[in-house]
Design a protein around this ligand. Structure first.
Ligand SMILES: *Cc1c(COP(=O)(O)O)cnc(C)c1O
Length: 498
């Protein structure tokens, strides 16, 4: 590494092992005297850690941290992920020492405030979904799906319905849906949404009554609403009625709750169990920015089967965590202790600071922003489904393909022009999809400048400048990767060059 690679205060960074110089040591300890080795032949000369000083190591990690693009850098329109701003107020509350330093093993009598907070969060989630049974412990959306589907499986098992082996799910569903159903021992039957982007009653009936036993083999369905095409399932009431008639349960994937929170209670369109991604709808940090959290909500009937613990309030006003002994019908414990408590604090802080009317405005603004982007880009990009969208809009590369520019090229061009790309090639029901979710937290100015960039990209493709796309990005520290090679021959281990 030479300083020539660190230009304009943008730092390249080699591995710590590559930085290490010769036979130096990062620490200065006096040699040990009169201390015979007790490790004998096992004694090691080195443990292979790079020998660098503290400032060198601090710089290494701080420089690398600046390579992470985040929602705090700029616009992050990743569809299906709800990358919204996380208000700093939530962080402040989560750092209050009574919350931050609570320990899951401390006596319940000394953690009453923390339990009250969880009880209050359960209450808000029950109100917003219309589903009174709440378990906060699942650690992410996918984990919530597992908790919810295990709850359904447990209910069928306890009710003598072990013959119900099929879970229905639309072909546009998020990959975690069929994966979860299979993990719970079910067979997945896909419902076609081809050409419509929505569930139709006809396609649903076709899947429900595929074998001629009037749906007796159907254990349930997993449906995201609004769905992964950014559309509200307008036939959901009729569909959930048909499902319930056949004795199936409706698992609602609540990852898109941001579009309807405060407007629609999923219980009212037939949901029996639902997970909520606190890190999407209720603004707690995502993945690498902090652990996620995926509580589930369910009907009173199913609540007896869902995992423990739930926080319960005794008649004397004290709070306790319900265990297996308190609710013997439960499927058991799915996650250590009570789940990601820090996320519970942030989510409740977000809910209470917005209030009921503020949460309604969240969904209204999220939908407005997505429709603004959709409308502004609908001349330049192919819009596969007519009419307004919910909180995210779906485009495809059909028009650009004619000029030799693909969705991947458009995503890489966005990187070149300083934007995190949208979600690409998902959902899988169409070719070359681009799913854009601006969220309610972006200003009109940000949206306008993103729209202008997207329009310029479309114009470049139209005007015969397709060639320039194939090398994009050219200004980023890592240029265009060979995606196929990266997937087929990943280099996962550093080897010293001899
Ligand atoms: C994000 C998402 C999930 C999974 O949630 P994680 O918290 O990432 O595990 C499931 N379904 C849909 C529709 C999603 O968008």
């Amino acid at each position: 590494m030479t300083n020539a690679e660190n230009r304009g205060l943008h730092y390249e960074e080699s591995l710590l092992w590559e930085k290490e110089q010769g036979d130096t040591s990062g620490v200065d300890l006096p040699p040990l005297e009169n201390m015979p080795s007790r490790t004998g032949v096992e004694q090691r000369k080195t443990i292979g850690l790079p020998q660098l000083s503290e400032p060198e190591i601090v710089r290494h990690f701080v420089r690398m941290s600046t390579w992470n693009y985040s929602i705090d850098h700029g616009f992050f329109p990743l569809g299906s992920c709800t990358m919204k701003h996380n208000p700093r107020l939530n962080e402040k509350v989560a750092r209050l020492s009574g919350f931050a330093h609570a320990h899951p093993m401390q006596p319940v009598s000394t953690a009453q405030g923390a339990l009250e907070l969880m009880h209050e969060l359960q209450h808000w989630l029950a109100e917003l979904t219309g589903l009174p049974g709440v378990c906060l412990s699942p650690a992410a959306g996918a984990h919530g799906e597992l908790a919810g589907m295990m709850t359904i499986a447990r209910a069928h098992e306890q009710q003598g319905n072990a013959h119900k082996k099929i879970i229905l799910t639309p072909d546009s569903s998020h990959g975690t849906n069929p994966a979860t159903a299979v993990m719970c021992g079910y067979e997945v039957r896909s419902i076609s949404t081809k050409g419509t982007g929505r569930l139709t009653v006809e396609a649903f009936k076709e899947a429900l009554y595929k074998t001629d036993d009037k749906g007796a083999d159907i254990a349930g369905m997993m449906v995201t609403n609004p769905n992964t095409c950014g559309l509200f399932e307008t036939n959901i009431l009729e569909i959930s009625d048909l499902l319930h008639e056949a004795g199936g349960y409706f698992y609602c994937d609540g990852a898109n709750f941001n579009a309807v929170v405060g407007k629609v209670r999923p219980a009212d369109f037939g949901a029996d169990v639902m997970h909520i991604n606190l890190h999407k709808t209720f603004s707690t940090p995502h993945g690498g920015g902090g652990p996620g959290s995926g509580p589930i909500c369910c009907t009173e009937e199913l609540a007896q089967y869902m995992p423990v613990p739930t926080v319960i309030k005794a008649e004397d006003g004290s709070y306790a965590l319900e265990g297996v002994d308190d609710r013997p019908t439960t499927l058991g414990v799915l996650k250590a202790f009570q789940g990601q408590f820090g996320m519970h604090v942030r989510a409740l802080s977000y809910m209470m600071s917005h209030g009921a009317d503020g949460l309604q405005q969240v969904s209204e603004d999220a939908v407005l922003n997505a429709n603004y982007v959709l409308k502004q880009l609908s001349d330049d990009y192919h819009v596969p489904f007519d009419g307004p969208c919910m909180h995210e809009c779906l485009l495809t590369d059909k028009k650009q393909k004619e000029y030799g520019v693909s969705t991947l090229d458009i995503a890489k061009a966005l990187v070149e022009y300083g934007y995190h790309p949208m979600t690409i090639y998902f959902p899988l029901v169409l070719q070359g999809t681009m799913l854009i979710e601006p969220t309610e937290t972006e200003s009109k100015e940000t949206l306008d400048s993103f729209i202008e960039t997207m329009k310029n990209i479309a114009a470049d493709a139209r005007d015969g400048r397709a060639d320039k796309f194939h090398d994009f990005p050219v200004s980023s520290p890592r240029k265009r990767l060979d995606e196929v090679k990266a997937a087929r021959k990943p280099v996962l281990r550093w080897k010293e060059v001899a």
